[in-house]
Design a protein around this ligand. Structure first.
Ligand code: DGY
Length: 319
C-alpha cells in the first residue's frame, strides 16, 4: 500500500522522526527553518499531511491558495492560534493538536518563572556570574514569598490545573477564573471567580493559562493591571497576545506590578527589547513544552492523530 506523503516542517524529536519515517513517505525540514507561506502553499499540492509547529502560519489568505491534495494538518502544539480553523475547515482539511502531553512541562516552566521573578533570579545570577557580588546584607535582594500566597489562574484547563497542582505543593491559596466552574474533583479546593476582575483583586501572583483568541487579545491591559494588588507578580506561559506589553511596562515602572516571568511575547521570535532593562522581568524564549519527554510525547500524539485519520477514523484531537 502506498504510504501517505507527510511534510514535517521542523526538527521534531529523533523518536518522532524515526516513527514518521517508518509509517509515512516523509519529508523532514532538517534545516529547521520556519515554514513560509509559499512553502505551505507548495506543500498543499505535494503532501497529504503536514505536521507543523506554531511557527507555521495557516492564515485564511494562505489556506485560500492551497491545492486540493492536503487532507490533514496535525499540529505539534496544543495552541492553534497560528491556524485559521474556519478557513481550514472550509477547505475540508482536518486539524488536530496535542493537548494533555505538555501540561506538566509547561506548568513546571510557569513555576520556574514565578519563583525566578519573585526572587530576583535575573539580577542574582548576573552579579554572581560577573564577579560583582562583593557584599551581603539582610536588606539584599529581598523578594516576595510564594509559599502560602494567593495565586490567581486565568484559564483552568489542563495546563492551568497542572500549575495549580504544583502551586498546592507550595501551600498557595489557589483562585481561578474560567468560563465555567470546575467540578470539585478538578477544582481541588481552588476558589472560583466568575469574572477576571474579581480574580485579579486577590491575585498576589497571577498566571495566564488561556488560549489566544480574538476575545483574549490584550486580556491583561492597563485597566486590569490596575486591579491587581500592589506588588503582584505576573507569569505568562500561554501566548504573548494575552498581555498588552506597553501596559505591563507602565505597571512595572509604577511599581504596581513588582515582577514578571514571561515565556511568551507579542512578537516571536525575538521578544520585546523594551523588557531588557528590567531586572525584575525573568524571560525565557517560548520553551514551556521543551523537555525531551514532552517533545517525544507531542510528536507521538501528532502521529497518533495522523494514524487514526489515515485508518479512516476521527483523530482524538480533532478540533
Ligand atoms: C504549544 O504547544 O502551544 C506550545 O506553545 C508550543 O508550541
Amino acid at each position: 500500500m502506498t504510504k501517505p506523503r507527510l511534510w514535517i516542517t521542523r526538527r521534531l524529536s529523533d523518536a518522532t522522526l524515526a516513527r514518521a519515517a517508518h509509517d509515512y513517505d516523509v519529508v523532514i525540514n532538517h534545516a529547521d527553518t520556519p515554514g513560509t507561506a509559499a512553502e505551505l502553499i507548495a506543500a498543499s499540492a505535494e503532501f497529504d499531511a503536514i505536521i507543523p509547529c506554531h511557527s507555521e502560519h495557516f492564515s485564511a489568505d494562505v489556506v485560500a491558495q492551497f491545492a486540493d491534495r492536503l487532507r490533514i494538518v496535525a499540529n505539534h502544539s496544543v495552541g492553534v492560534d497560528h491556524c485559521d480553523l474556519s478557513a481550514l475547515k472550509a477547505r475540508g482539511i482536518v486539524v488536530t493538536n496535542t493537548p494533555d502531553v505538555l501540561s506538566d512541562a509547561t506548568a513546571e516552566l510557569a513555576m520556574l518563572l514565578m519563583l525566578g521573578a519573585a526572587r530576583h533570579a535575573v539580577a542574582g545570577d548576573r552579579i554572581v556570574r560577573t564577579g560583582a557580588w562583593d557584599s551581603w546584607s539582610p536588606a539584599f535582594m529581598v523578594g516576595k514569598q510564594v509559599t502560602g500566597a494567593r495565586l490567581g489562574i486565568i484559564g483552568m484547563g489542563r495546563v492551568g490545573r497542572a500549575f495549580a497542582a504544583k502551586a498546592r505543593g507550595f501551600d498557595m491559596d489557589v483562585h481561578y477564573y474560567n468560563r465555567t466552574a470546575l467540578p470539585d474533583d478538578q477544582a481541588l479546593g481552588a476558589t472560583y471567580h466568575d469574572s477576571v476582575e474579581s480574580l485579579l483583586a486577590v491575585s498576589d501572583f497571577l498566571s495566564l493559562h488561556c488560549p489566544a483568541t480574538p476575545d483574549t487579545t490584550n486580556l491583561m491591559d492597563a485597566d486590569r493591571f490596575a486591579l491587581l494588588p500592589k506588588g503582584a507578580v505576573i507569569v505568562n506561559t500561554a501566548r504573548g497576545a494575552l498581555v498588552d506589553e506597553d501596559a505591563l511596562i507602565a505597571a512595572l515602572d509604577s511599581g504596581h506590578v513588582a515582577a514578571a516571568g514571561l515565556d511568551c511575547f507579542q512578537v516571536e521570535p525575538g521578544g520585546n527589547p523594551a523588557f531588557a532593562k528590567y531586572d525584575n522581568v525573568f524571560m525565557l524564549p517560548h520553551i514551556g513544552s521543551a523537555t525531551r519527554k514532552t517533545r517525544d510525547a507531542m510528536g507521538f500524539r501528532a502521529l497518533d492523530n495522523l494514524d487514526a485519520f489515515f485508518a479512516g477514523n476521527t483523530p482524538q484531537d480533532t478540533l
